[in-house]
Design a protein around this ligand. Structure first.
Ligand code: NAP
Ligand code: COA
Length: 267
């Protein structure tokens, strides 16, 4: 039986990671590079994405940074073409570019709402749609990064809730349409992950952070490594029969408020 945790699990694979200049997606890209994949990363900022790729080439891995805005289909398509021309194929795609700000719906203009839907939902469609002609089929693995807001309505997050809910349904539709080509389409829903821009925006004070952590079943924030390991599993043959799934990696936070102490004297 194959060892699920051997080194270099992605040797010979080419991975394309969108929204990878920082945070969770950069963590996935770096983990994949260390597992032997050649990695292409994209984001809007030329300086940031070149620096992100450099973190991997500095460790001796093959990595390339390309500036591309996921809202612009042509720039995403051009990035895939460059990745394919350079590395010969694309085996794995991560679509994780996102934008977020905390605001009530009445404090949000139509353009503010549209901006987040454009980056998260239309951007994910653009990345997955553009990828198809460059994929190494059968066997390719596509993973979108969604969020708990997709299923749990959240105050001051109407734009993100709507956009991420769309990503969940897009994941399932594309899994059905592209399964016959041997392309698996899944999503990962991270819980609160420490040291990220996302949580810096959602829980900006130590008090808010402590309150969030105290209500998670496994207590505390997850680490970028937790999402990277989930993505790694989904990208290997170990997950060959998994498609159309939204995988929660959240310490149980989606289950609801686990703040009360149920163990008491049984600890
Ligand atoms: P982050 O560091 O801000 O990552 C977002 C990335 O998206 C950045 O690299 C940004 O780079 C890129 N980006 C933004 N707009 C873009 C565009 N139009 N085109 C291309 N790239 C774009 O945030 P994070 O907290 O790690 O979040 C990463 C993902 O995890 C997101 O999908 C988020 O919704 C999800 N998530 C996070 C958490 C959490 O706890 N942090 C929880 C659940 C889900 P540039 O600025 O260079 O473009
Ligand atoms: N409250 C209300 N509206 C806001 C806002 C806030 N805090 N921040 C931005 N907006 C509105 C703007 O006013 C603008 O609407 P308008 O034209 O009607 O005034 C609209 O959103 C677009 O803002 P802009 O700054 O031009 O967008 P951008 O494309 O440059 O940046 C954001 C996109 C706003 C999402 C920006 O926060 C971003 O780049 N985020 C990426 C990083 C991130 O969010 N990481 C966490 C991922 S979970």
């Amino acid at each position: 039986m194959q060892n699920a945790f051997k080194d270099q699990m992605l040797a010979g694979k080419v991975a394309f990671v969108a929204g990878a200049s920082s945070g969770i997606n950069l963590g996935i890209a770096q983990h994949f590079a260390r597992q032997g994949a050649k990695v292409v990363v994209i984001s809007r900022s030329y300086e940031k994405i070149i620096a992100a790729a450099q973190t991997m080439t500095d460790e001796g891995h093959s990595a390339m940074g390309i500036a591309a805005d996921v809202r612009d289909f042509a720039s995403v398509d051009a990035a895939f073409k460059q990745a394919h021309d350079s590395f010969g194929k694309v085996d794995i795609v991560i679509s994780g570019a996102a934008g977020n700000f905390v605001a009530p719906a009445l404090g949000m203009s139509s353009n503010g709402f549209k901006t987040v839907v454009d980056i998260d939902l239309i951007g994910t469609f653009n990345v997955l749609r553009a990828s198809f002609q460059y994929l190494n089929k059968p066997g390719a693995s596509l993973i979108s990064i969604t969020a708990p807001q997709a299923v749990n309505p959240m105050m001051f997050q109407a734009h993100v809730c709507a956009a991420k809910a769309g990503i969940n349904m897009l994941t399932k539709c594309l899994a059905m349409e592209w399964g016959p080509a041997g392309v698996r389409v899944n999503a990962i829903s991270p819980g609160p992950i420490g040291d990220t821009e996302g949580m810096a925006r959602l829980a900006p004070t130590p008090e808010m952070e402590a309150a969030v952590k105290a209500r998670i079943a496994l207590r505390g924030y997850g680490e970028k490594r937790d999402i990277a390991d989930t993505a790694l599993f989904l990208s290997t043959d170990n997950a060959r029969y998994i498609t159309g799934s939204i995988i929660d990696c959240d310490g149980g936070s989606k289950l609801g408020d686990a703040g009360p102490d149920a163990l008491g004297e049984f600890k």
